[in-house]
Design a binder for this molecule. Sequence first.
Ligand SMILES: [Cu+2]
Length: 498
Amino acid sequence: MTILLGLLIVILLAVVVVQVGKVSEIAAKIRGEEEVQDSINKRQGFLSLVFMIVFLLAVSISGVHYKDWYLGFGPHEAASEHGSAIDRMFNVTLLATGFVFVITHILLFYFAYKYSGSRKRKASYVPHDDKLEIVWTIVPAVVMAFLVISGLDTWNEVMADVKAGDDYMEIEAVGEQFGWTIRYPGADNALGERSYKMISGDNPIGQNWKDEKNLDDFHATEIVLPVGKRIRVRITSKDVLHNFYLPHFRVKMDAVPGMPTYFVFTPKKTTEEYRNELSNYKTYQQPADPNDPQGEQLWQRFDYELACAELCGKGHFSMKRIVKIVSEDEYKAWVEKQNSFYFSQVRGTANDPFADKWFPQEISERKANFSANLEAARAAAGVDAKTLRFEYVNFVTGSDKLTPVSQYELGFLVDALNQYPNMTIELAGHTDNTGDAAANQTLSEARAKSVYNFLVEKGIAPSRLRAVGYGQTRPIADNDTEDGRAKNRRTEFRILTQ
Ligand SMILES: [Cu+2]
């Protein structure tokens, strides 16, 4: 229906145009061709003048009307240290080209008006004029040279990389359809190695877990940065071209698959400071939600943002991320709350190259736990309360050989036995009910003996230890489930005297 109506309108308009043409033809015949042509010329000239005035007015009025939304002016001065240099460059270019733009438009339309065709005037032709050619070649050349050279100067200043020994922090932004992985260096202030070959479902950007620099690196969902700190962003992409764009900081760099790019910048205004500056402008004192005039105002809702400035696919818009610039203290508090990707996602899984090793933090936490349990058992009475289960003592499947990682918890026990020289203990091995009961009995005895040997090797007197195997006779959980069987396969120690 709409299409039909549209077609009808087009046809009717065509008819109108043809009719008007016919009318003026007839009028021309009546009044004489030339006279009509003259009046048309005059009218066209006048309309040119009107167009010029309306056009320039519209440009100026809209420019003033939207002035609070532009980057580079008033409320949106650059929030980074290098940003003002870029703003200056843009403003100088805008002034130079803007001046030429206005002058040429005035001349263009004024001339069309002033010299519109007339019977009383004859056109004069200038086939060639050296002076004119020289002037309009040299003047733009000089202006362009000035703009390009000063632009290059700004570019070199802005794109200067960090040097060894500089005080800076490096983060990494890896783009993909459609999102960013933002990686922080963690406490060591160094990003670990990564390779696209290691990318998998468990390792989104292919970090090499053997590189210890990776262990404290964390991925963040929002970008939080300390004010006044020099930040180097390493920018890469996993699939197609993306673009790392922080408009308020005048940071914009392509994320190119296979070719890391970078940007160095120093944020100089916190989010809070930027909001406060916005609050001085009427434009930002409007309610953010027109239906809720008493609610938050626009300036209160302001946030820096990261946008992908490359049309990278149909989900492109969803690559927006919030950027928060905070004080050094707030930044530290935020970092405290972040979890290293390795420790939260990789530690203890099949991909963990350090499965046989405990890190200092883990040792101190687990030792504190062990000591607390031991103290509780020493204070309590009764066989059950005096029995403690090793959480991290394990054996190679089907054998009595201790896994390397068992040394840590057994080490805690050695420390405790040294601390309390009168303490004697019973070491007990238990199995689940799979397989032959007699074999399980032998295995549990051998395992208790392995622990016994370990302690003796560490200098504990054999008289303080007793190794017993209970086989499958004392389950603590349901042997019908895998979970229960895992619980039943255990090594314990019981405080006999303390
Ligand atoms: Cu993108």
